[in-house]
Design a protein around this ligand. Structure first.
Ligand SMILES: [Zn+2]
Length: 435
């Protein structure tokens, strides 16, 4: 049955904004986009849902997150000035203190938060890939779950690689139309060169998309360029040999074959013009995570330069352990303001395109769309819906999230899971972690 969603504004992004517009959805596909009167006439038997003073938009895309860490929201505030201690406390909580069901609940709660904020697709990096994949599927969220791989010691590269292949095999078996498996060597400071080479080859031969943290912190830069700093000291304490490539992260990732996979690279703060040209030439895309970067004091990625250079750039919340919310409209506002602080003008439209990772409402496309109320006191009056969305709205103004034609969030409730049960379990997990 065809459903028509109509609202004050429809922003297809492939065409101009339509005032008093409508989108027709037939099953999993968008069947029509246009002025309300035209769409209603074209689909006479359809049910019409009037969303009134709202904007209908392509779904938001969270290009970098770790939903499994949702239970760690606010857990690491005391460590945020020390990235090494921050990573260590996070790793102990995840690997030693949370059970696999805790991880699943944590990821499911994160998926609920995402759809409530109008996110229809996530690039989710996970150490427990299978639990994260099940969580996305339960909530009805689209995405790629990138199975993480760790291993700074070259002597263990082959062994770690074999373990990764087993996990990827399990993920592949659980793939669905909405949720695919990808691979994520964690970062240049946690995965040795030989292991990166093996993973790049596997990604190419088996067709896995690849996501990786890159050029995030000063400590990473020091390790790569000079072989010193806290990461170098950490490796030395574990008697792990490290020979600095004496180059930037981006050039190093090119050398070890990672860029051949056209990866999605998270952060990319410490990049120069030559690195940006390399990203463009090799067809890499960037997940810009401005709030996480600011909170951890890592700096500011050159968002405007990526856009100007033609590098595909999206926005990521990173985990809520470092953010503390999963809200891509908020990231869009923050990214825009932060660029302008640095003297580079980013328009509301450019920021919104990054927030959807280039998504559009086109006839025949998958029906991933959202409605954002524009009726709030904080949004009124509204002269320009894009400006109102980016500068005066947040994920909390989302009133409807449709993924693959299915209403997964509507009228203040996630329709696919029991949020009350999940909330109770989340509280149990946080009480355990506090002890
Ligand atoms: Zn991350």
């Amino acid at each position: 049955m065809t459903i028509i969603y109509s609202a004050r504004w429809v922003l297809p992004m492939s065409a101009a904004a339509i005032e008093h517009g409508a989108v027709a959805v037939d099953g999993q596909r968008i069947a029509g986009v246009g002025p309300r009167s035209e769409i209603v006439a074209r689909f006479p038997g359809a049910r019409v849902e009037s969303l009134a003073e709202a904007a209908i938009l392509p779904g938001l895309y969270n290009t970098h997150t770790h939903l499994e860490l949702t239970a760690l929201r606010g857990y690491l505030e005391k460590e945020e000035n020390d990235f090494f201690a921050w990573l260590r406390k996070l790793t102990i909580a995840r690997l030693e203190r949370m059970t696999s069901d805790d991880i699943r609940v944590s990821a499911t709660w994160g998926a609920c938060e995402a759809v409530r904020a109008g996110i229809t697709c996530v690039a989710d990096a996970s150490d427990s890939g299978l639990q994260s994949m099940l969580a996305l599927q339960e909530v009805g969220l689209r995405g790629v779950v990138f199975q993480e791989s760790f291993g700074p010691d070259a002597r263990l590269a082959q062994e770690n690689f074999e373990k990764l292949k087993v996990k990827l095999g399990e993920l592949r078996e659980q793939e669905s139309e909405l949720v695919r498996a990808g691979v994520s060597p964690h970062a240049p400071y946690t995965v040795c060169g030989p292991q990166l080479e093996l993973i790049a080859e596997l990604a190419l031969s088996e067709g896995f998309t690849l996501m990786m943290h890159a050029a995030e912190s000063e400590a990473e830069d020091l390790l790569l360029r000079e072989g010193c700093g806290v990461f170098a000291e950490g490796l030395a304490r574990r008697s792990i040999e490290w020979k600095a490539p004496r180059t930037s992260t981006i050039q190093y990732l090119k050398q070890v074959g990672i860029l051949d996979t056209q990866p999605l690279l998270a952060h990319c703060i410490r990049v120069d013009d030559n690195d940006i040209e390399t990203l463009r030439e090799t067809g890499c895309s960037v997940a810009h995570c401005p709030k996480s970067n600011a909170k951890l004091g890592h700096g500011r990625a050159p968002f405007a330069k990526f856009i100007d250079a033609g590098v595909l750039v999206g926005l990521g919340s990173d985990s809520v352990a470092s953010n503390n919310t999963c809200d891509i409209l908020e990231e869009a506002r923050f990214a825009t303001l932060l660029s302008r602080v640095g003297g580079a003008h980013v328009s509301a439209e450019a920021a919104f395109r990054a927030a959807t990772f280039g998504g559009q409402l086109d006839e025949g496309a998958a029906a991933d769309l959202i409605a954002v109320s524009l009726n709030g006191v904080h949004q009124t009056p509204d002269y320009d819906p894009l400006a109102t969305l980016v500068f005066a709205s947040s994920g909390r103004d989302v009133i409807l999230t449709v993924i693959d034609g299915r209403e997964v969030y509507r009228d203040g409730r996630v329709t696919t899971v029991d949020e009350d049960r999940l909330r109770a379990r989340l509280n149990e997990i946080s009480e355990k972690l506090m002890r």
